[in-house]
Design a protein around this ligand. Structure first.
Ligand code: NAD
Length: 483
């Protein structure tokens, strides 16, 4: 395990405290970069054990923050983080190994290798909606790659943030990994420092602020952002499968999931049947009556009053413009509860078609042909996730080929997130960069080319000035034709 130096005491002004941790990490980064595979694995094992030790605390923290159901905590936080850690432990030695690559004929006598050096001192700014998953999986990538990290979780999940700090402190000295808690002012202070890499998960609007701040120091960025993730259900789909998966992932975490289905485009011939299936599955999952659903222990609450009001506004706005509440519609400000709600016939000008919903409201609209559905999706910003329910191979191929953005799942929702072999992230408005598994290691690494001349009579001799020898001209002619 790394040498442990006593932590700076947090009695100074936060600004001085942050500056002091940053300074210590800058000094420490070269020692951390030199850490062996075995040493990095030991750190990852410590994190894995801490997650297991604090599994019950994790459930309690997320229940206190927004009544997140314990089973959802296990599925979407603890198990995800531990699966990423185990994957990294299994593969770290091959990820870290320099990769030899081939050399072309004119460079004969030399060798070429790609090395992965850590970026240095990294900042991770995280959201509140999956505080353990989204902060710690990024941390696994950063630690695997040999970086020092300051991690700032969101201020809106304070119980989770405090536990994250505790878990990290049990595994890392602060000059290697430190959790700094705080609000936007603290995030701004952190963003003013010359980090080597900034990994941000959150809204597209704040992502732009982060990228602007990073530009001042030319720090590289990973932006894991949000947006409207569409689902297409065609007339060949298994409607029970489609409705059950869409309802489940839409309501998971109270709908506050970046890869939740935002809206559904359903082929007109099965529109009504699909809406009926949605109602059946929501009743089955969460209760037969509005009262039973509000009392269900399996539905999380909106994170804070402002967010409750934002989601309620999307519902009220759609209804006031003529949308039909096909299911649900109840809400309770005191409880910050929004009932799982299915909306049909929401008019084009309703705000629900414009903004990421981030709550358990599901607008459904019919389409005639797959071309129509794809044109609708492609007219908007690139989504973070795209889902298709279909049994027609041609439709599946067309959906993948003719859409742009983040990951795709066919006949399931969120499947693309759970496999550490798959890179996770969006494109443009939904994000920049990828992580999970090897992609996370690479995101926190700088790939360096190392070319080495071994030959006592290097081929480069031919190109030395003065230019124009016969041999040089011959070589240039040959190279321009055959290289
Ligand atoms: P947010 O953007 O409000 O906050 C994220 C982090 O940024 C927090 O730590 C916060 O303190 C900080 N922050 C907020 N305002 C800031 C400012 N002006 N300057 C600097 N830092 C600031 O996001 P959120 O509400 O926590 O999360 C919801 C959003 O995140 C949704 O849009 C969702 O789609 C997206 N999201 C994306 C992913 C993903 O993996 N792509 C995952 C979860 C959430």
């Amino acid at each position: 395990m790394p040498e442990v130096v006593s932590p700076p005491v947090q009695t100074a002004e936060p600004r001085q405290f942050i500056d002091e941790i940053f300074r210590r990490q800058q000094q420490r980064q070269y020692a951390v970069a030199r850490s062996t595979t075995r040493e990095r694995i030991a750190k990852l094992r410590c994190l894995h054990e801490a997650m297991l030790r604090h599994q019950e605390d994790t459930r309690a923290a997320l229940w206190a923050d927004f009544r997140k159901p314990a089973h959802e905590v296990d599925i979407s936080e603890t198990i995800c983080v531990n699966s990423e850690i185990r994957h990294a432990i299994r593969h770290l030695s091959s990820w870290m190994a320099p990769r030899p690559v081939g050399v072309r004929l004119p460079l004969l006598g030399s060798s070429a290798t790609i090395h992965h050096e850590p970026k240095g001192v990294c900042l991770i700014l995280g959201p509140w909606n999956f505080p353990f998953n989204l902060n710690l999986i990024a941390l696994v990538g950063a630690v695997s790659a040999g970086n020092c990290v300051i991690l700032k979780p969101s201020e809106y999940a304070p119980h989770s943030s405090a536990l994250l700090k505790k878990i990290v402190e049990e595994c890392f000295p602060p000059e290697e990994v430190a959790v700094v808690e705080g609000d936007v002012a603290v995030a701004e202070q952190l963003l003013s420092l010359p980090f080597n890499h900034i990994f941000f998960t959150g809204s597209t609007a704040v992502g732009k602020i982060v990228m602007t701040a990073a530009a001042k120091h030319l720090a590289s960025v990973t932006l894991e952002l949000g947006g409207k993730s569409p689902v297409v259900v065609d007339e060949t789909a298994d409607l029970d499968r489609a409705a059950s998966r869409i309802a489940w992932i839409k309501c998971l975490n109270g709908g506050q999931t970046c890869i939740a289905p935002d809206y559904v485009l359903v082929q007109a011939s099965v529109h009504d049947a699909f809406v009926e299936k949605l109602k059946t599955w929501i009743r089955h999952f969460y209760g037969a009556t509005p009262e039973a659903r509000q009392q269900s222990p399996d539905l999380a609450r909106m994170i804070h009053d402002r967010h409750f009001q934002a989601v309620k506004h999307l519902l009220d706005d759609a209804v006031s413009r003529g949308a039909h509440v096909a299911f649900g519609g109840h809400n309770d400000a005191i409880d910050r509860y929004i009932e799982p709600t299915v909306l049909t016939a929401a008019p084009e000008e309703a705000a629900i078609w414009e903004h990421e919903i981030f709550g358990p409201l599901l607008p459904v609209r019919p389409y005639q042909t797959l071309d129509d559905a794809l044109a609708y999706i492609n007219a908007g910003a690139k989504p973070l996730a795209l889902y298709l329910f279909s049994r027609r191979e041609k439709h599946i191929r067309q959906f993948v080929a003719e859409t742009r953005g983040g990951g795709v799942a066919i006949n399931e929702c969120a499947l693309q997130f759970f496999n550490p072999e798959l890179p996770f992230g969006g494109h443009n408005a939904s994000g920049i960069g990828k992580y999970h598994g090897e992609s996370g290691f690479m995101e926190f690494s700088n790939s360096r080319s190392v070319a080495r001349q071994h030959s006592p009579i290097p081929t480069t001799n031919v190109f030395l000035p003065p230019y124009g020898s016969k041999l040089m001209n011959l070589a240039l002619r040959w190279l321009s034709r055959w290289l």
